[in-house]
Design a protein around this ligand. Structure first.
Ligand SMILES: *[C@@H]1O[C@H](CO)[C@@H](O)[C@H](O)[C@H]1NC(C)=O
Length: 362
């Protein structure tokens, strides 16, 4: 009686342990103290002394039963036969490892083989895995990373016999720097009449194998701004999400074209716009009182660094010789000055010096 209670308790424990197990189960339980095979209803073997069978033949799905009978190899279900229960690879035994055919014509216990499963592998960022046989023993899951990412760690994991994955979860890392292309370097001439020029360019777009959108930072003046004379370096830097960087640079060389500085005319002066001799600057010729201009009033500094037209000259205004007055005397003075100017003055010339002295006397 005590034995029967023990069996009953044992079965209760197994039943609870099995709970929701369906796969690989060798037996189904109809009530708490009776074990019945699925494909053969429980029966009490007939006693046959030629082929004595005391307990029913043990079967274990996805496992092996190896029995030894006190009566010899052929009597596998006779009273006192002891059987070892083991499960196939990939299955785990729940229940007894060894049972015996008891006098009440039942086995002293039972076991089922449950398929061993590894846990569902989590998804990884920027990559995926594919398994040969899902999450069961001996399944191999190979990891691959998406384009632009490299695998770090174990390339595959195996579901091991005890239901644990080999190795550790790999990661997909982005080591590829983005690609960034700057506009071409350029030389710009300052706008006419200015010392600066507005320079525009297309903002470079960074490309990366891993990321679709990238942060691009600029260092230097922005496109469309006014650039003064000189060399300006504009740098761009792109970051991807893994903080890989790419840089590029280009230069904007602003050239202020200049014409040779104009000399003011003799007996006159110049009034120039802008910086005086930069491209587009306009110079106006003015003459001192008593002199008048011959030639063009203005000259423009051209792109090819030459002034338009010819230099103007300031010449003495025409003299009225019939006027007998103080003014006439003054006119005489100018007349003489004019003569001196025309005859290319030279201080080494005795005659010029003499005339000059005479003029100063007047
Ligand atoms: C400069 O350009 C102007 C107008 O384009 C032209 O008339 C002149 O001959 C050029 N001068 C030189 C030195 O090339």
């Amino acid at each position: 009686m005590i034995k029967l209670i023990t069996l009953f308790v044992e079965l209760c424990i197994i039943y609870q342990t099995l709970g929701d197990i369906t796969e690989g189960s060798a037996s189904a339980y109809h009530d708490t103290n009776e074990v019945v095979h699925e494909d053969e209803t429980y029966y009490t073997p007939q006693l046959d002394y030629k082929h004595p069978q005391w307990c029913h033949t043990l079967k274990l799905s996805n496992g092996e039963v190896s029995c030894s009978s006190p009566r010899g190899g052929r009597y596998q279900s006779s009273l006192g036969t002891r059987c070892l229960l083991s499960c196939d690879r990939g299955y785990k035994r729940l229940g007894r490892s060894s049972v015996q055919c008891t006098p009440n014509r039942r086995w002293s216990g039972t076991a089922v083989c449950r398929k061993v499963r590894c846990h569902v592998l989590p998804l990884i960022d920027h990559g995926m895995y594919s398994c040969t046989r899902g999450f069961v023993v001996d399944s191999r899951c190979d990891y691959t990373c998406y384009e632009g990412y490299q695998i770090e760690g174990d390339r595959y994991r195996m579901c091991q016999e005890e239901g644990k994955w080999s190795g550790t979860e790999p990661t997909c890392a982005d080591h590829d720097p983005p690609k960034l292309k700057c506009p071409l370097s350029r030389v710009k001439v300052a706008e006419p009449g200015k010392l600066t020029v507005v320079v525009s360019w297309e903002r470079p777009v960074a490309k990366d194998t891993a990321d679709r959108t990238l942060q691009v930072l600029r260092n230097g003046p922005e496109s469309g701004s006014d650039f003064p004379e000189g060399i300006h370096v504009i740098r761009y830097k792109a970051y991807d999400q893994a903080r890989n960087t790419a840089t590029c640079k280009f230069t904007v060389n602003v050239e202020v074209r200049r014409c040779p500085k104009l000399k003011p005319p003799m007996h006159g002066y110049l009034i120039c716009s802008s910086d005086g001799n930069n491209y587009g600057a306009i110079c106006e010729y003015h003459c001192d009182p008593g002199f008048e201009r011959t030639g063009f009033a203005t000259r423009v500094c051209q792109l090819n660094r030459s002034w338009s037209d010819e230099a103007a000259q300031c010449v003495l205004m025409a003299i009225k010789t019939d006027v007998r007055s103080a003014g006439a005397l003054l006119d005489q003075f100018y007349e003489k000055r004019k003569l001196l100017v025309v005859s290319t003055p030279d201080n080494a010339n005795q005659n010029y010096r003499l005339q000059n002295i005479m003029l100063q006397v007047i």
